[in-house]
Design a protein around this ligand. Structure first.
Ligand SMILES: Nc1ncnc2c1ncn2[C@@H]1O[C@H](COP(=O)(O)OP(=O)(O)O)[C@@H](O)[C@H]1O
Ligand SMILES: [Mg+2]
Length: 208
């Protein structure tokens, strides 16, 4: 076992199975003796969770993409200071449900050229990449059907509809090529247990 902590993020469109697989992976890692923290974005810290409500609830057109990028980045900075960095310094494994890659996609692709703003802010005030990112790839029709069956108030992004999710799916695959050293793509259209095995194998290579 290594002394330094390790940072894993999960990415993928709504309903791809991130939350489900994070619980599975955390369970496995704990069972083999790692200290694991599961967290999420936007949110994770007290301040981050307050910003989460502003971002995920309410009308679809509540914020411009630019305003959203600033809110996401503020939430991420707080999350980093209060939760992620202390845990990594403490030698723990941090598993985060979405991170900067989601902002690169959802906000960075909504308006042309906004990806630059996400990257610039990321470099200036976040400056931490996950050691490993698991990207769960899935057909948006299947993902949205799964997501909608959950019935929560946090539907702002789901309400952008299937066209946006299609664009996001493609964008995520491109991103996996751009950050080939860190992002691993897995197939979300298989059973929970089969997918969990695939993810476990990837993580074992890095950690065990
Ligand atoms: N591999 C799978 N096959 C079928 N249903 C799944 C699978 N993974 C997750 N689900 C279900 O689909 C819904 C969305 O999964 P969730 O893990 O919440 O996705 P995400 O966090 O990516 O939005 C949940 O109701 C979950 O139980
Ligand atoms: Mg989820």
């Amino acid at each position: 076992m290594k002394n330094k902590g390790y940072f894993i993020s999960f990415e993928g469109i709504d309903g791809s199975g991130k939350s489900t697989q994070i619980q599975k992976l955390a369970g496995f890692l704990k069972s083999v003796g790692f200290e694991v923290i599961v967290t999420r974005e936007p949110g994770g810290s007290v301040g981050g969770e307050e910003i989460r409500k502003l971002l995920l609830q309410g009308e679809v057109d509540r914020w411009s993409a630019e305003a959203e990028i600033l809110l996401f980045t503020a939430a991420r900075r707080d999350h980093l200071e209060k939760i992620i960095l202390p845990a990594i310094d403490d030698g723990k494994i941090v598993i985060c449900d979405r991170f900067t890659d989601s902002t690169r996609m959802y906000q960075g692709m909504r308006v042309p050229n906004l990806r630059n703003l996400v990257d610039t802010l990321n470099e200036k005030v976040i400056n931490l990449d996950p050691d490993l990112t698991i990207l769960i790839d899935i057909d948006p029709e299947i993902g949205l059907k799964r997501a909608k069956s959950r019935k929560t108030v946090e539907e702002r992004f789901e309400d952008f509809g299937v066209d946006l999710q299609l664009k996001m799916r493609k964008g995520f695959i491109e991103l996996a090529k751009e950050f080939g050293n860190r992002i691993e793509v897995v197939n979300g259209q298989q059973s929970v247990d089969k997918l969990a095995q695939d993810i476990c194998s990837l993580v074992k290579v890095k950690l065990l």
